[in-house]
Design a binder for this molecule. Structure first.
Ligand SMILES: [Zn+2]
Length: 169
């Protein structure tokens, strides 16, 4: 029987597309690899372990999917921030009233380790168990995505580049 990916991985995939206009067929669902699962929408990538942690593994063991990340050891892992600085939503000027774009929060981007992350990615990562961010001296940019890990896997997300700021879909 084919294993089914955990349901939470779907939020890291590209939204569904009509079959006749499929532009990203490899991104609309998680896919299995030897050590677990991968999911991406082109801006965020996550690698989730298929197997549960083995009892003899020490806490915080390096995930089997570490090969996903460039230079994962350059930096320090810190708890994913719960309530970091934000930038106001451009659709509602930050008041959040009846705003679909920001879900009524008035917030569009969240700052993590000097990089701005779109709201939906920030919240998706924050919802992972024991989510951590790789804190580095240099802020992340287009070449160095924000790296995260959690109990079960690792991942990376592209920050929003300044000047191109807006509400990511
Ligand atoms: Zn808004």
């Amino acid at each position: 029987m084919k294993p089914k990916p955990p349901a939470f991985l779907q939020q890291f995939c590209h939204p569904p597309e009509p079959a006749e206009e499929m532009r990203y067929p490899g991104m609309v669902a998680p896919w299995a690899v030897g050590s677990g699962w991968r999911a991406t929408d082109g801006r965020i990538l996550i690698g989730h372990r298929r197997a549960k942690l083995k009892a003899q593994e020490p806490a915080g063991a390096v995930p089997l999917v570490e090969d996903l990340l460039p230079n994962p050891k350059k930096g320090r892992w810190r708890k994913w921030p719960a309530d970091p600085p934000t930038s106001p939503c451009l659709d509602c000027s930050g008041d959040g009233q009846d705003c679909f774009a920001c879900g009524g929060t008035g917030k569009a981007l969240y700052q993590v380790n000097g990089a701005w992350i779109a709201r939906r990615y920030f919240l998706a990562i924050r919802s992972l168990p024991n989510a951590c961010c790789l804190w580095r001296k240099r802020p992340s940019n287009a070449r160095n995505p924000v790296q995260f890990r959690y109990k079960g896997g690792v991942g990376a997300v592209m920050p929003v580049v300044r000047g191109g700021q807006g509400n990511a879909p």
